[in-house]
Design a protein around this ligand. Sequence first.
Ligand code: ADP
Length: 702
Amino acid sequence: MIDNTFGINIVPDNDLQRLDALHRYRITDTPSEESFDGIAKLATQIFNVPISLLSLVDAESVFFKANVGMGKAKKANRGHSLCALAVLDKEVTVFEDALKEPCLMANPNVIGDFGVRFYAGAPLITHDGFLIGTLCIIDQKPREFSDADRLILEGLAKTAMDQIELRRSALDKIDEVDSARQQLEVAMQDLAEFNVEMEATNEQLNIANNELNKTYDLTVTLNENLQKSELRLQSFISKAPVAFGILTGREMRIEVANEMILLLWGKTNDVIGKPLAVAHPELEGQPYLSLLDNVFTSGETYIGDTALLKLESEGVLKDHYFDFIYEPLKNEKDETISIIVIANDVTERINKRNALEELNQQLEIALRAGELGSYNLNLKTGAITSSAQCKANYGLSVDHQFDFDDLMEIILPEYRSSLQDKINESLESLSSFHAEYLVRWADGSLHWISASGQPSFDENGEATQMIGVTVDITKRKHYETQKDDFLGIASHELKTPITSLKATLQLLQRLKGQPTHEMIPRLIDQSANSLEKLNKLVDDLLNIHRVTAGQLELTKDWFTVSEMLNSCCDHVRIDGKHELVVKGDLNAKIYADEHRIDQVVVNFVNNAVKYAPHSKVIEMIVEQKEDHVKVIVKDNGDGIDPSVQPYLFDRYYRASHKSQGYSGLGLGLYISSEIIKRHGGEVGVDSNLGQGSSFWFTIPNY
Ligand code: ADP
C-alpha cells in the first residue's frame, strides 16, 4: 500500500509499463554491489553531502540498491520516499529547502527526526525512456544546487544507469549461458540415453546379424535340400506307378504329365503344353471335360470311383477303368489355378472282379441247381454264416442265426461225435471232410443232410474257417432204402414163382413116363402160372430199366379211349370177381402210344383188384376236357391215407400193407407216371380213407 504523504499524484500514467521496464533489470531486492555503492559514494564526495542513494521505485516501495549515509535501510514506502517524486520528471528534481515545499509538509522524512532539508535526485532513465529510479543526494540542512551540479548529478545517474544496463546484459548473458548449459545438459543426457539405446540396439543388431548369418546358412542348406527334394519329387512323379498330371488354366493346358499318365493316354511328351481337349479329341462327348470344368469353378475336389474311360491307343478305342481324383490347386486369393489329376488304372482289378462275379454267379446257379446250401463256419468263435438254402436244409428260416452249438442241437445225438471226429480229422490232415447225418427240424420231421467242408488256415497255420456245402439228401436216402427194400422184395418175388416152377417141373419130370397121369394138366397150368408171374416181374424190371435209361420209345396214333378201355384187362373180366364199367365221353380220342396207355390202365386196374379186392365194380371213366382227355380208374376200396399219397408215384414206393401181405415191387405207378409224363400229361390220385381211390391220368389234345 502506498502511504502517499505528498498530497499529489505520484503514480504516472505509464506506471505499469514502467514497472515492467524496472523488473526487466532484475535488480530490486538484490544485495548491494560495489559498483553502485561506488557511484553513491562518489556522489557524496562530489557534492559533499552525508547521504546518497541509488533508488529504484517499485510499485509500493522504493528499493535502495546503494545506500551511503542512511544506515542499513534497504527500502522505504513509495509514499514517503522523495525519489517517488523524482521519477515523475526527466529533469533533476531538487528541493533546496524541504520545509519550504508544500508537498513535503506531511513527509515523515522531512518533518520527522531525520529532518531532510535538501534533496536532489536525477532519474535513472532506461534506453527506452522509462524512469525507474534515481541517483539522489540528501542533506539535513538546506543547500543551493547549481546547473553545473545538476549536470554532474545527471552524469552520475547516467553512469549508474549504464551500469544497470550492463549488469542486465551480463545477467541475460549468464541466463543465456545457463540455458545453453541446461540445454547442453539435457542434450548430454539425451545423448547418454541415446548412447545406451544405441549400445542396446547395437547388441540387438549384432544378435540379429548373427541370426541372419545363421538363417542365411540355413536358407542355403534348405535351398539345396529343396532342390534335391524337388528333383526327387520330379523323378518320383515321373516314375510313380499312378498316373499323375497337372492341368493349368481354364483351358486345362497339360503342364505336367508323368510316364504313367502318358502311357494310359497312349500319348507322348508332345501333348505337354497343349489344352486337354486338343490333346485328347476323343474326350469329346465323355463327361470328364465338364467334370474338370466344374472342379475349376467350384474349387472342390472330385473323386471318381471306377469310372469308364475310352482311350485311344494305336488307333483303337479301349475301355479303361479308373479310380481318380481331381484336386484343385489354388492361389492365395483362393482361386483355382490348376487341377492335379491322379488316376489309378484299375481295369485289371475290375476285369478280375467281373470275372469273379461271373464265377460267383455261376457258382450260385450251380448251388441253386443242386439245391446246395453254402456255409462258412468260423472255427474260433463257432459262428456260422450261411445261405438261405443251407438254413432251409436245417429247417430254419432265412433270417435265423445259428452257430455250431445250435447245429449240434439240431443233429441227432448219435451222429454228433462222428461229425466232430470228421471235422477234427480234416483239420489235422488239411483235407476236406464229408459227412452224412440226420437232423430233426423244429417241426419234428427228420431229414438227411450231406455236408462237406474245406478248412482254411491263417499265416500261422491255425485253422480259421471251414467253408463248404450242405444238401438235403432225404429223398436219396429214402430212395436208397426203397432200393434196398426193392432188391429184397424183387429177389423174394422172383424166388417164389421160380421155386414153385422148379417144384412143378421136378414133379413133371418124375411123371415123364406116365404122360396120362392126372396130375400132369394141373402141373402144366401151375408152371404156366408161375411163368406168367415171372414174365410180369421181368416185364416190370425191363420197363423200369427202359424208363430210367430213357429208352421208352412211343409209337403214337389216334385211337378212341373207350374202345381201348373195353378191350383191355380181359384177365380181370374172365376172372369174374370184378365188374369193369366204362363210362363218360365214349367218343373221346387221343393221340398216344396205345400199347403204353393200355399198360397204364392195366396197372391201375390191377392195383384196384389187388388193393380193393372187395370193390365189386371198378369204374373206368373218360372225360373230354377242353385241352385234354382225362381217364379215371375208380374203385371202392379202403382208400389211401392222404399223407402217403404224394409218394405213391415214386420209384420203389410201396405203402405198408404188412397185415394184408400184398406182394409187388412198388414200380407199377412209377412206370405209369413216367409213361404219362412222356406223353405230356399228368397223373394223380384222389382218395380218402374209407372212400375208395380214383387214379387218373390226362393226355393233352393236339
Ligand atoms: P406195387 O403195387 O407193386 O406195390 P405200385 O407202384 O403199383 O406198386 O403201387 C404203389 C402203392 O400204391 C401200393 O403199394 C399201394 O399201397 C398203393 N396203391 C396203388 N393202387 C391202390 C389202390 N387202388 N388202392 C389202395 N392203394 C393203392
